[in-house]
Design a binder for this molecule. Structure first.
Ligand code: AMP
Ligand code: MG
Length: 487
């Protein structure tokens, strides 16, 4: 266990030089106070959890202090936003403080979001507001606890520094932690600015640091691209299986590692709805829940374009063709497990689709239905769940087929099935209204609710005493919250 001043830095990305990032120091925010910290994320850096209690913790993660060996940098990238190419984005308010090298031999990027203006800020103020910082913190840690790859969050530090959005708010910073913050858009930038040497340097860096096993393949770049396709197929299968809507799947928000990244107006589904659009400025529903799958592939093809100097178009096309089958296999596997099935039958996909359609038509709570299904697979039958459905007859027909399907499983006792299902069907998810309640309290200076919610979501599959209210359907007001896209 280390103290803050015992961290070891090894700034590999910064060493690539000024073509890839610009040296910028964080601009501190006033009167820093710790809102919430994740001891699980601190453990990635070998940090002693007691460090979070020290004033220096909030001082560092609000830009007041910096390690001498950290080399703070704003990273350059571009990307496709809502389908159109934006030639110059880059870290407009986040800084890669440095890469920490831990005792297990892993490197972790420390990326401070809301750290002030950079050469890439354009018209922006370089800041992040408290509400969006809390949402990013909670989502990062909640996704991780669900087993969905994500960037992590070490802490949120709030302040008295005013920030203007639709109204006056307060600035905060969220400390993000991930093995890399390189995006699809990082490659696109060097491709479209016609800098082949830099593109190659970036490619070699990513290969060596993040995909070393690909270097042993006859075509390392192709092997890497295939791996990126595979990771994104698996990631998006998890989003779909757990009802996570990212909201801003621009290529600058897609991680080269296939982890959930750059949180904006994201949401978990309450009522199941394929057409759900969580981003209120997404008028055409480009990033609707069900569109995440084709958009995932679209984004990969944008990355493929930037890799054409290294890989033949035919090989890229073939690798892209793996996306959908891989996605479908992962999704089906996850959904089978959520339904308590351990074997595969040809009709399983149809059984799942029929259930989702019934849920869609009746606005059934996605998470709670599947959680409760785990209690009802045996002799008690699914009758207790039918009241949620408008089409009761339709549900009964489905339930009878489901019971028959379960009866063909040879997988131990009902009790064992329940345990198995509960281990993949969360009781607690980050519902927008839960986040909003925690944010409202935090904006009044009370951080207890954020901390409690973080704790509940850190263990989403296990019933926690006294936390029943976090496992309820949202109140009507909570279902229709408009989450501001400004952040
Ligand atoms: P996002 O939608 O958060 O992924 O951001 C898109 C781009 O806008 C990135 O280049 C960000 O760095 C930049 N950006 C977003 N908000 C701000 C802000 N308040 N100040 C400066 N740049 C920003
Ligand atoms: Mg972004």
């Amino acid at each position: 266990m280390k103290a803050l001043d015992e961290l070891t830095f090894d700034n590999r990305f910064a060493r690539l030089g000024d073509a890839f990032s610009t040296s910028v120091l964080p601009e501190p925010i006033a009167d820093p106070r710790l809102v919430v910290a994740s001891t699980a994320a601190m453990a990635l850096l070998d940090l002693d959890p007691a460090q979070a209690e020290l004033p220096v913790f909030a001082e560092i993660f609000s830009g007041h202090k910096l390690w001498a060996s950290a080399d703070a940098r704003a990273m350059v990238y571009s990307g496709h936003q809502f389908g159109s190419y934006n030639p110059r984005l880059g870290d407009g308010r986040g800084l890669l403080l440095g890469e920490v090298y831990n005792d297990a031999g892993e490197h972790w990027d420390l990326h401070l979001k809301g750290a002030g203006q950079t050469p890439y800020s354009r018209m922006g103020d370089g800041r992040a507001v408290l509400r969006s910082s809390i949402r990013e913190f909670l989502a990062s840690e909640a996704l991780f606890a669900l087993g969905i790859p994500s960037s992590r969050a070490l802490c949120v530090v709030g302040s008295n520094t005013p920030v203007w959005r639709e109204k006056q708010e307060r600035a905060a910073m969220v400390m993000r932690v991930a093995p890399s913050h390189i995006r699809f858009g990082s490659f696109e930038y060097f491709f479209y600015t016609k800098q082949p040497d830099q593109l190659k340097i970036l490619g070699e860096h990513v290969l060596a640091m993040h995909f070393p096993e690909c270097l042993e393949q006859p075509e390392p770049y192709l092997a890497m691209f295939r791996e990126i396709v595979a990771r994104n197929a698996e990631l998006i299968a998890k989003w779909q299986a757990y009802g996570f809507c990212h909201g801003v799947m621009n290529t600058d928000n897609m991680s080269i590692l296939g982890i959930t990244f750059d949180f904006g107006p994201f949401a978990f589904l309450d009522d199941f709805d394929q057409n759900f659009v969580c981003n209120h400025s997404d008028h055409e529903g480009r990033y609707s829940f069900s569109n995440q799958v084709p958009i995932g592939q679209w984004n990969l093809s944008a990355l493929a374009q930037a890799l054409t100097p290294f890989i033949s178009v035919e090989a890229l096309r073939e690798a892209l063709g793996m996306f959908l089958p891989l996605y479908q296999a992962h999704y089906l596997d996850l959904m089978r497990r959520r339904l308590g099935l351990t074997t595969a039958e040809d009709d399983d996909a149809t059984l799942i689709e029929r259930l989702l359609k019934l849920m869609q038509n009746s606005g059934v709570d996605y998470t709670l239905f599947l959680r409760h299904l785990g209690n009802e697979t045996g002799a008690v039958s699914t009758a207790r769940l039918r009241d949620d459905f408008v089409d009761i007859k339709g549900f009964d027909t489905w339930a009878a087929d489901y019971q028959a399907r379960i009866a063909r499983e040879d997988d131990g006792s009902e009790e064992q099935r329940r345990t198995r299902m509960h281990a993949v069907n969360p009781l607690y998810i980050l519902r927008n209204y839960l986040a909003q309640k925690a944010i409202d309290a935090a904006e009044d200076g009370n951080y207890e609710e954020v901390r409690r919610l973080h704790k509940v979501l850190s263990n989403p599959f296990e019933e926690q005493p006294g936390m029943a209210s976090y496992a309820e359907r949202p109140p009507e007001w909570g279902k229709h919250l408009e989450i501001s896209c400004s952040s």
